[in-house]
Design a protein around this ligand. Structure first.
Ligand code: 6GU
Length: 230
């Protein structure tokens, strides 16, 4: 799976995803991360990538041309394959969830477009964007964190990225339930004991207890999730 990120802050993307599980997935070639600096594609001698908004108003708007040229360079690098989806990171998009992660994990290449400042010239969005995606109803300064959030959650669904084949499936949301509580040594910590059933070695009982805990937790903390399965 190949992730391409069009951004003014490629180091933020590389640093953010270069560590831990996603970092290992990059090192082993299970995923690739191509962080493209939009500024490298400006034709302006001063390296500007933004300008004042037509009609006035606060802030600056990212210009179409450097984004278009950065996009073209990515497309040329993946010739003779079908045109990849281009995800624009925007609070105006569809809210990202596990189902979208699963769907996107089936793609070979994905292009993430990260805006900054007050916005991006609408014309380039019309030309190249296939999906507007948000990570929730709050405002961020740019699309880099949302892109990293999505790449993290898509990557862990790519074959071989998690060491345990089962773990991607078992975690919260895969069956629309929150994960059951986990314990490790010692058996007692400051007077708090590990639930007896987990020490019993009785696998059927453990399975049953975990299912119950998942359901209880979901009812208490995220009852809205249950509406989706009923
Ligand atoms: Cl995807 N982008 C930006 N810039 N802000 C956001 C967002 C995305 N999701 C929530 N706020």
């Amino acid at each position: 799976m190949n992730f391409h990120v069009l951004t003014l802050f490629p180091d933020m993307i590389k640093d953010g995803l270069g560590t831990s599980i996603t970092g290992r997935a990059i090192d082993s070639g299970k995923i690739t991360l191509n962080a493209v600096n939009i500024r490298d594609y400006t034709l302006e001698k001063h390296g500007h990538v933004d300008d004042y908004p037509y009609g006035g108003g606060a802030g600056m708007v990212m210009q179409a041309e450097p984004i278009y040229r950065a996009y073209q360079s990515v497309i040329e690098g993946i010739k003779n394959k079908k045109r990849p989806r281009v995800l624009y990171m925007t609070p105006q998009g569809k809210v990202f969830n596990q189902q979208m992660a699963r769907e996107l994990a089936g793609e070979e290449d994905l292009i993430f477009l990260c805006g900054h400042y007050e916005g991006v010239d609408e014309r380039i969005l019309e030309m190249i964007v296939t999906d507007n995606v948000s990570i929730g109803d709050y405002v961020l300064t740019g699309g880099e964190l949302p892109a990293m959030v999505m790449i993290d959650s898509i990557s862990r669904l790519v074959d071989g990225v998690l060491n345990n084949k089962d773990s991607a499936e078992y975690e919260s949301f895969s069956d629309n339930l929150l994960e059951y509580p986990q314990y490790t040594r010692p058996e007692e910590f400051m007077g708090r004991k590990v639930p007896e059933v987990l020490l019993s070695g009785h696998h059927a009982n453990i399975e049953k207890w975990r299912k119950e805990q998942s359901l209880k937790r979901t009812m208490e903390r995220r009852p809205d999730l249950l509406n989706n399965i009923l």
